[in-house]
Write a protein that binds this ligand. Structure first.
Ligand code: PMP
Length: 442
């Protein structure tokens, strides 16, 4: 365990106790990699989260993205309470579920028809099953470093121990993420570096007879927060149309965050199927698989099975409706871009003052900070060249200063952050980065 200037005595004791009942002391793999060890929290309010040792953090993790309005937003809580009082789950339809579906039809270009699930992983899984059924082809082309949940179909190519282990750009090794995958699972996955349209074109031309879909995050949020190159998403759309392949946008992070209609609205590229989750209900479990009617028809008529006991439970639907309503009235998207860009500009200024080799990139509502000689990063292979040790030093230094950031360098902005919060974070980053520059003799 690392050393920290804050006291985490209670958290440490609880974590040790948790390791005796919860596997690894946590309920999701990603929570294990926390500094100085997985912490226990007792309260989240607005842009702040407080741990059991009373350490107060200005929160830029937002629970890995969902809390787009901040912790415990009063309107969301009120609507969840009201919806819960009228019943939690009917194993039948309810009006708010219909209202949410109609609202999403209005907002999201590809959402002609949809089904609700509980997690992004489930919706990704549904999309892949549906693409196979529509095209009657077995394989899915995905991109190195993209994350589409933790289910078997997509548990390959998420990361790599080294660039060497990844194989060639043209024919990457299909690296499994976990033990326990089906023996032939890798054969159904094709992998390429992201943002290289020429490679996609070549690969699809050779494999179009066996490719059901191309799935991509429209912004590569999970590794470096990388923007699509000009024309890349449009190129994918055109290739898919030409070869009878479905284009799937995984908007679990970009959805609601970049615009209420997702990245597909921002970039004006409409996929065949898309998946939304995370920010959709400000922390309540709901996701949606949405798509063109001619494809979703297979779910409608039961050719492709989608199910789930807790799907569209009353409190989650109410949370989603309330979140969208507040985002519309507060002009949240505009605010996230403004605050995100202000924070990015502040960090860039410190980078210039300290001479540290850093890259601060992303659209603003989310962005990534890495330590690298590169001035542009376009795919996982590029982002792997960053200095992980300096990055950890930064994340840990910021945590010691009371600023909570996701361990891999990703920052999320919420509606609850203020300009003063942003400037406070910039001041703290200046302290931490100046220390790093001094310690590393920059
Ligand atoms: N897709 C993307 C792009 C994600 O970032 C995530 C979660 N980080 C998922 C899918 C999976 O969503 P969930 O964790 O809700 O299953």
């Amino acid at each position: 365990m690392n050393t920290t200037t804050k006291s985490h005595t209670k958290s440490k004791a609880l974590y040790e106790r948790a390791c005796e009942s919860l596997a690894g002391g946590v309920s999701s793999e990603f929570r294990k990699y926390s500094y100085p060890h997985p912490l226990f929290y007792k309260e989240g309010k607005g842009a702040h989260i407080i741990d059991v040792d009373d350490n107060d953090y200005l929160d830029f993790t937002l629970s890995q993205g969902p809390l787009i309005l901040g912790h415990s937003h009063p309107t969301v809580l009120k609507r969840v309470q009201e919806a819960s009082e009228s019943g939690q789950l009917f194993a039948g339809q309810h009006i708010q579920e219909l209202e949410l579906a109609e609202k999403l039809q209005e907002l999201i270009p590809s959402a002609e028809m949809m089904r609700f699930c509980l997690s992004g992983s489930e919706s990704d899984h549904t999309a892949i099953r549906l693409a196979r059924a529509v095209t009657k082809k077995p394989k899915i082309l995905r991109f190195e470093g993209h994350y589409h949940g933790w289910f078997d179909n997509v548990a390959y190519g998420i990361g790599a121990p080294s660039e060497e282990a990844m194989g060639s750009r043209e024919n990457p090794n299909i690296l499994p993420w976990t033990e326990g995958l089906p023996a032939d699972g890798a054969k159904e996955c094709m992998l390429l570096p992201w943002n290289d349209l020429e490679l996609v074109e070549k690969t699809v031309a050779a494999h179009k007879h066996e490719l059901a879909a191309i799935i991509t995050e429209p912004v590569m949020c999970n590794n470096g927060c990388i923007m699509p190159k000009e024309g890349f998403l449009e190129g994918l759309r055109e290739i898919c149309d030409r070869h009878g392949i479905l284009l799937i946008f995984d908007e679990v992070i970009t959805g609601f965050r970049l615009s209420l209609g997702g990245a597909q609205t921002l970039f004006n590229v409409t996929p065949d199927l898309s998946i939304f989750g995370k920010a959709m209900a400000n922390g309540y479990p709901i996701s949606v698989i949405a798509g063109k009617k001619k494809y979703m028809q297979l779910v409608a008529d039961g050719t492709v099975i989608h199910a789930g006991t807790i799907n569209s439970c009353n409190p989650c639907i109410a949370a989603a409706l309330a979140t969208i309503e507040v985002m519309e009235s507060d002009h949240t998207n505009e605010k996230l871009f403004r605050l995100g860009k202000r924070l990015m500009a502040g960090l860039t200024k410190i980078k210039e003052e300290t001479g540290l080799k850093m890259l601060i990139q992303g659209p603003g509502p989310m962005f990534n900070v890495s330590f690298t000689e590169l001035t542009e990063v376009h795919d996982l292979r590029d982002s792997m060249k960053s200095d992980k040790q300096l990055s950890s030093q930064f994340i840990q230094g910021m945590a010691d200063e009371g600023i909570r950031i996701i361990g891999r360098g990703l920052w999320y902005i919420s509606n609850a952050h203020t300009e003063a919060d942003i400037d406070y974070a910039i001041d703290k980053a200046a302290i931490v980065l100046k220390n790093i520059a001094r310690e590393n003799s920059v």
